[in-house]
Design a protein around this ligand. Sequence first.
Ligand SMILES: [Zn+2]
Length: 249
Amino acid sequence: MTLIEDLLALFQVDRRLRSLRSRVDSAETYLRVQQGHMQTLQTRRDELETRKRQRQAHAGNLETEAAGIDERIEKFREELNSTSSSRQYHAVLAEVNALKDKRSGIDEQTLAELSGIEEIDGQLAEADERIAERAKVIESAETELSSRRDEIKDSLAELEAERAEKATSIPSDVETLFNGLADDFEGEAMASIELIDKRRREYACDTCNVHLPFDIVSRVTGRPDEIVQCKGCLRILYASQDAREALVK
Ligand SMILES: [Zn+2]
């Protein structure tokens, strides 16, 4: 077998291997995306919890403040009962009324905090629902991934062995080039030379459509142990059946 034929054999098995792996790759990507969504939902939930704690703390402080005011009002009331002077009575009454105003202001604030907490509770319940839904999606994505891994396990081992075997007949520098191209172009390391116009001897790369001068074509067909890369897309060129036949005739 010529080098190009060996490379074509490697090319075929490499593509089958990549397409097999891509079944698992896409399931892995899907799972990662779902985990990313889950992370976002959890972060949002944590933020809600923090806000709830802040409002609860504020409501607690208001409650303490209100209790303090109630105590002071109570003391002033006792003073009112024991006072005999009308002037003092009115002065204390004014204090009591001022405290009552303050107290109702605190009540309003407390109410606002409590309704804010209620609103957050609603948002938390909603977040929990979405987290539960997403957890189900993640669970089924994990099941899918592991079943795909199981499905391909045997064929993957076979193809890997076959690929390694095909690679043994290829010089290491050529193999390195091939592997680099295959990684860069998702397995498409090689491109065929297509016959465009037989009479005018026009040929092109079937991957990037760049026009290939005749001397390139004759090098690829005439020296099949030499590596020729397409100037347009860098892939390793091989001659299609059509192109070879056109040259022979
Ligand atoms: Zn090309």
